[in-house]
Design a binder for this molecule. Structure first.
Ligand code: SF4
Length: 476
């Protein structure tokens, strides 16, 4: 079935050095309408498609794609798991790791600059200060000075997390780059094409990956190994070491989180508290939550964590896996297999929908992390691929519509608790999937597609702008 492909308008417009305003003018519509088309929030009418094909001198079919979620493979494929699991400093992959990466590339590109400038737009402008974006940018450009300003008025953005980087020499602008921080620390920028990650997986729908694995009688983690380079196992060991370190550091840490909300770190207290007559189930709950809190608090404090798939949701996967490793004395190799399976799930969501809170709300961050954790745990239990899919599908399904509403724009309330609750939900999903997988009606691909659609329909106040939901609460 032919469907409108929003990327095509953006692609042609930028290729022709045309602003949204200029294109809107030639079509006799508002530039906001163009922005909506490019973001997939609305579609051009048939008449507008005819005009667009004339303006850009391409056939109408150029704006259509035959792809449909869950049915056909796309030539885009998926990037390496190295692009999903990244070690970096919190509190937000889109606000800290992505901009830091962009600034490093831009700085290297402009060794003669004697001053830099950065303009934050969209969600970055609204929550960048709370998330420490300005500090990260200035630290990365140091010792060269950088002025960071926020533009909350500009709305014609192709991604809600957008920033401009500008290099100056002798008060003259010598270079400028528009960067999109698309989630999980990944960036997109036309000027940085050589840095663009390669697509190392041909398949990007779960249905196709299942068929491939079943034909060859392999598990999902083995499918990941087939596609990644030889160094991936060592890379994943480094990732697991960093996850464990973030839990251990978090469990030793005490005090108040930075930012002014006066949030007390609670991981250590959770670890050391005990209910009178504590049952095994209650203990499991407390330990898993303590581990998730540990990572969440390290992240909120700007310490080192692993994006899984983002900083804000970094506690879910490690909490579930660390508890199992401790309880069942599992080897790191067994955990790495589970992390690879979780990575494929996260990669599918990242490719077909989003892992960005600014784009699709918290369902894309904590919901995705919960699906990854459920898949990882199902892999540890050596469940069938059908059960892994059901567990991951259930985990994300029950986060659909979850908004991103961090109080004061800080990744603390509700984010830290939310990681703990999602870790428990992942365990529940695996337990249910083990019994009920035969009766399921919905595929993982469909839920991912639904998450994307729900994210598109979500009001921007609930997408990492700190303008709606819990974020409206004022805490002194
Ligand atoms: S509410 Fe969710 S998406 Fe938003 S900052 Fe917190 S963890 Fe990230």
């Amino acid at each position: 079935m032919n469907e409108f492909c929003p990327e095509k308008i953006y692609e042609l417009r930028t290729k022709n050095n045309m602003s949204q305003k200029a294109l809107a003018k030639s079509l006799g519509i508002t530039d906001r309408a163009i922005s909506k088309w490019e973001n997939g929030l609305s579609k051009p009418s048939g008449q507008h498609l005819i005009y667009l094909s004339r303006i850009f001198n391409v056939p109408i079919e150029y704006f259509l794609t035959e792809e449909k979620a869950g049915e056909e493979a796309s030539p885009r494929g998926m990037e390496s798991l190295r692009e999903l699991y990244k070690i970096g400093r919190g509190p937000s992959s889109s606000h800290t790791i992505g901009p830091e990466r962009a600034c490093k590339i831009f700085k290297e590109k402009n060794p003669n600059a004697d001053r830099f400038g950065a303009i934050l737009y969209g969600s970055l402008a609204k929550t960048g200060k709370g998330h420490g974006t300005d500090i990260v940018i200035q630290k990365t450009f140091a010792p060269v000075a950088c002025d960071v300003t926020c533009n909350v008025i500009e709305s014609n953005l192709s991604h809600p997390n957008t920033l401009d980087l500008i290099a100056y020499c002798d008060n003259r602008e010598i270079d400028r780059a528009r960067v999109l921080s698309v989630g999980g620390g990944s960036i997109e920028c036309e000027q940085f094409q050589s840095e663009k990650p390669k697509q190392v997986y041909d398949l990007h729908f779960f249905n196709d990956i299942v068929s491939y694995c079943k034909e060859r009688s392999i598990r999902i983690w083995e499918y990941a190994l087939e596609n990644e380079d030889e160094g991936i196992w060592d890379y994943m060991q480094t990732i697991w070491n960093a996850m464990k370190a973030s839990i251990r550091n978090g469990l030793e840490d005490e005090g108040i989180l930075p930012g002014g909300l006066e949030v007390q770190k609670k991981a250590k207290a959770l670890l050391e508290s005990q209910h009178i007559d504590e049952s095994a189930e209650t203990r499991e709950n407390r330990m898993v939550c303590a581990y998730a809190f540990a990572v969440g608090e390290q992240n909120a404090a700007g310490e080192t964590i692993v994006t899984a798939p983002t900083c804000g949701a970094a506690g879910v996967v490690p909490a579930v896996l660390y508890y199992q490793q401790q309880k069942n004395k599992l080897s790191d190799d067994t955990i790495i297999q589970a992390l690879l399976t979780a990575g494929v799930i996260g990669n599918i969501i990242k490719t077909n929908a989003s892992i960005s809170g600014a784009q699709c709300g918290c369902q894309a961050e904590v919901g995705s992390a919960c699906a990854m954790a459920a898949a990882a745990l199902a892999e540890l239990f050596e469940l069938s691929i059908g059960k892994i899919e059901y567990a991951a599908e259930m985990a994300i399904e029950h986060h659909l519509g979850l908004t991103c509403d961090p109080i004061c724009g800080l990744v603390q309330i509700p984010c830290i608790e939310r990681n703990a609750v999602a870790a428990m939900r992942a365990i529940n999903a695996v337990n249910l999937a083990s019994f009920l997988w035969n009766s399921r009606k919905i595929s993982f691909d469909w839920v991912v597609n639904t998450m994307k659609e729900t994210g598109k329909d979500m009001h921007t106040a609930y997408k990492e702008t700190a303008e709606g939901g819990l974020a409206k609460i004022k805490i002194d």
